[in-house]
Design a protein around this ligand. Structure first.
Ligand code: CMC
Length: 431
C-alpha cells in the first residue's frame, strides 16, 4: 500500500471530507473510509460488497476484466501446467516457490497428518446414512476442535502452523469418508506412499476386498481440479472464514464456517447444481427452452456454471479445466455420454447467444469441474466436497495472514435500518 498522501473528497451536507487513497501493487485504488463515520456521521452502503475491499492481502490477485488469476504473482495457467497442488499449497501458505528440500519436507509433514483420530469415526457414524457429504464435513471439521486441543490457540504461531497442516492433510480423508459413509462402504485409510490426489481417489474408490490402482491421468486431472480451486481472494467462503476468525474463534470452527458458506449454489454448490441442471435438460433439443427460462426476468432459473461476480471476460480456471475435461473424457471413452453432449451443446449455444454475450456470462470453473468429476465416477453430492477440499489451503492461508496482521479487529458491519422506529410494547389483550 503506497503512502502517496492522495485523497478523495466527499461533499456531504455542505461539508467536505478528505479520505485517504491507497494504491495497491495491482488493481484499482482504494478509498479509506474507516474514519468516515467518526468525521461525517454517515455509513457507506454496499450490500454484497461489490465496491468494498474488506482487508489487505498479498496472497491472490484477480483481474476480472483481463480474466487473470495470480497466486503470489504466478499466473494460474502456469501453475496448473508446471506445478502441482502441494507445491501451490506451499506457495499460498508461505509466499514463495519452495526449493526441492523445502517441498519434500512440506509434503512429508502433510502426508504424516492424513490420518484422523480413530474416535472421530463415531462422528461420521452419528449422521443419517443419507446425509449430504457437505453436512458431514461441516460437522466433522468443526469437531476437530474437540480432538486437536494442542492446535487451537490462535495466539501461538506454532499452533497455527500445526492447525494449518492438519486441516490440509486431513481434509481428503474427511471428504472421502463422508462419501464412503453415505454409500455404506467401509472407510479406506490414507496411504503415505501416494501423492495427495491419488490418495484421495483411492480413499474414495477403493474397497478392502480388492486391489485398487490409481490411474495416473485421473490423478493428474484431480490434482488440476485441486490446484485450480486452491484460492480465489476474498470470495464468500473466504470472507466467512475471515469474519468468523475475527472474533478469535479457533481455526477448525472457522474453516467449518467456510465449508458451510461454500455449500450454497451461488458459490461452491454450483458444480452440483450445474450437473443436476444438465440432467434436467436431458437432451440437446431441450436447450432452447432452458436458455429462454434463464433469460426470463420472471423466472428465478439461472444457467448454473455460467457467470461470475469478478470475471467478466473469461474464467482462466475454466480455460485450463476445459482442456482437462477433454483429456479425461477421451481417456475414459465417455465423450459420447448424453449428459456431456448436452453440456457441450449448451456451452456452444450460450456462448453465441446475445443475452449471455452482452452480460458477459461465460462458463465458469464449476461448469467443467462437474463434467470431469461426473466422468471420474463421483456422484453430484461429492462435487462441492471436492471444492471444499481444494479451497482449504486458501482459507487457511487467508486466515493465517489475517491473524498475523496487527490491524486485525473484529468484523462488525453496520446497516441501513428501514424498520419501525421506537414504539411502546402493547399488552397481548390490547392487540
Ligand atoms: N444465468 C442467467 N442470467 C444470469 C446468470 C446466469 N447464470 N448469471 C447472471 N445472470 C444475469 C442476472 O440475471 C443479471 O441480469 P440483469 O442485469 O438483467 O438483472 C446479470 O446477469 C448480473 O447478474 P448478478 O446476479 O448481478 O451478478 P453477480 O455478480 O451478483 O452474480 C453469480 C454472480 C456467479 C452469483 C451469478 O452469475 C450466478 O448466479 N451464476 C450461476 C451460479 C454459478 O455458476 N456460480 C458459480 C460461480 S464460480 C465458483 C465460485 O467462485 O464460487
Amino acid at each position: 500500500m503506497s503512502d502517496t498522501k492522495r485523497t478523495a473528497t466527499l461533499s456531504f451536507d455542505g461539508q467536505s471530507f478528505d479520505l485517504p487513497v491507497y494504491s495497491p501493487t495491482a488493481g484499482p485504488d482504494v478509498i479509506d473510509i474507516r474514519k468516515l463515520y467518526g468525521q461525517a456521521g454517515v455509513f457507506t452502503y454496499d450490500p454484497g460488497f461489490t465496491s468494498t475491499a474488506s482487508c489487505d492481502s498479498t496472497i491472490t490477485f484477480i483481474d476480472g476484466d483481463k480474466g487473470e488469476l495470480l497466486h503470489r504473482g504466478y499466473p494460474i495457467d502456469q501453475l496448473a501446467e508446471k506445478s502441482h497442488y502441494l507445491e501451490v499449497c506451499f506457495l499460498l501458505l508461505y509466499g514463495y516457490l519452495p526449493t526441492a528440500t523445502e517441498l519434500e519436507d512440506f509434503e512429508e509433514r502433510v502426508t504424516h497428518h492424513t490420518m484422523l483420530h480413530e474416535q472421530m469415526q463415531y462422528f461420521f457414524r452419528g449422521f443419517r446414512r443419507d446425509a449430504h457429504p457437505m453436512a458431514i464435513m461441516v460437522g466433522v471439521v468443526g469437531a476437530m476442535s474437540a480432538f486437536y486441543h494442542d492446535s487451537t490457540d490462535i495466539t501461538d504461531e506454532w499452533q497455527r502452523e500445526v492447525a494449518s497442516i492438519r486441516l490440509i492433510a486431513k481434509m481428503p480423508t474427511i471428504a472421502a469418508w463422508a462419501y464412503k459413509y453415505s454409500i455404506g462402504q467401509p472407510f479406506v485409510y490414507p496411504r503415505n506412499d501416494l501423492d495427495y490426489a491419488s490418495n484421495f481417489l483411492r480413499m474414495c474408490f477403493a474397497v478392502p476386498a480388492e486391489e485398487y490402482e490409481v490411474n495416473p491421468i485421473l490423478a493428474r486431472a484431480m490434482d488440476r481440479i485441486l490446484t485450480l480451486h486452491a484460492d480465489h481472494e476474498q470470495n464468500a467462503s473466504t470472507s466467512t472464514v475471515r469474519l468468523a476468525s475475527s472474533s478469535g474463534a479457533n481455526p477448525f470452527a472457522c474453516i467449518a464456517a467456510g465449508i458451510a458458506c461454500l455449500w450454497g449454489p451461488a458459490h461452491g454448490g454450483a458444480n452440483q447444481a450445474c450437473l443436476e441442471m444438465l440432467k434436467e435438460i436431458g437432451t440437446p433439443d431441450r436447450i432452447p427452452e432452458f436458455i429462454d427460462r434463464a433469460k426470463d426476468k420472471d423466472d428465478p432459473f439461472r444457467l448454473m456454471g455460467f457467470g461470475h461476480r469478478v470475471y467478466k471476460n473469461t474464467d482462466p480456471r475454466a480455460k485450463v479445466l476445459k482442456q482437462s475435461a477433454d483429456e479425461v473424457l477421451e481417456l475414459l471413452g465417455v465423450d459420447n455420454n448424453p449428459l456431456l453432449q448436452v453440456a457441450k451443446e449448451l456451452e456452444k449455444v450460450a456462448l453465441n447467444d446475445p443475452y449471455f454475450v452482452e452480460k458477459k456470462l461465460f462458463p465458469n470453473v464449476d461448469f467443467y469441474s462437474g463434467i470431469i468429476l461426473e466422468a471420474m465416477g463421483f456422484p453430484t453430492s461429492m462435487f462441492t466436497p471436492v471444492f471444499a477440499l481444494s479451497r482449504t489451503v486458501g482459507w487457511v492461508s487467508q486466515w493465517k495472514e489475517m491473524i498475523a496482521d496487527p490491524q486485525n479487529k473484529i468484523g462488525r458491519p453496520r446497516q441501513l435500518y428501514l424498520g419501525e422506529t421506537l414504539r411502546d410494547y402493547v399488552d397481548i389483550e390490547d392487540r
